[in-house]
Write a protein that binds this ligand. Structure first.
Ligand SMILES: Nc1ncnc2c1ncn2[C@@H]1O[C@H](COP(=O)(O)OP(=O)(O)O)[C@@H](O)[C@H]1O
Ligand SMILES: [Mg+2]
Length: 143
């Protein structure tokens, strides 16, 4: 599926993240694309919040590449490849939820369980998000 959603403010982004979480098993790869300040880290905070992770824990891993958060059901591997060209994720595939900001390669060779979210800034508060996935989550997302 490929769908677009308009997000008007932070509350709507949180509502959307809560909806996405309901469609996850915990072994997926979420690819977050979009310019600086588009909302990739904020979206990650809202996803992580659903698994009992405090939002102050979720910080941009730009300098250390990866943060690991211990969630209620599984770990979350939060990776930021803004300054990195290749980073081996094979050790974490299937071990938890992997969230990559600035994805750099074709990850389908590692796993087909991928959802790509492309953030497009419309104005200060509004975002357009394009969701692309081969996973069967269209009914679950109900959009
Ligand atoms: N609807 C929205 N969705 C996402 N971020 C928003 C929205 N409205 C305002 N913002 C603000 O935009 C900024 C997004 O920053 P961040 O999530 O760090 O972006 P990125 O990780 O893509 O660089 C935050 O300061 C956030 O509060
Ligand atoms: Mg970020």
């Amino acid at each position: 599926m490929k769908k677009k959603i308009i997000i008007n403010n932070l509350q709507e982004l949180e509502d959307f993240a809560n909806k996405v979480v309901k469609c996850l098993k915990g072994d997926e790869l979420l690819l977050l694309e979009g310019n600086l300040a588009a909302g990739k880290t904020t979206f990650t905070k809202y996803i992580a919040k659903n698994f009992g992770i405090d939002d102050y824990e979720v910080v941009s891993p730009t300098f250390n590449i990866m943060n690991i958060y211990e969630g209620r059901q599984f770990d979350i591997y939060h990776i930021d490849l803004y300054r990195v060209d290749d980073f081996d994720i094979t050790d974490f595939i299937g071990k938890g939820l992997i969230i990559i900001e600035w994805p750099k390669e074709d990850y389908t060779k590692y796993t087909k369980n991928q959802i790509k979210f492309s953030f497009n800034v419309l104005d200060n508060e509004r975002r357009e998000i394009t969701i692309e996935t081969d996973l069967d989550i269209e009914d679950c997302l109900n959009m």
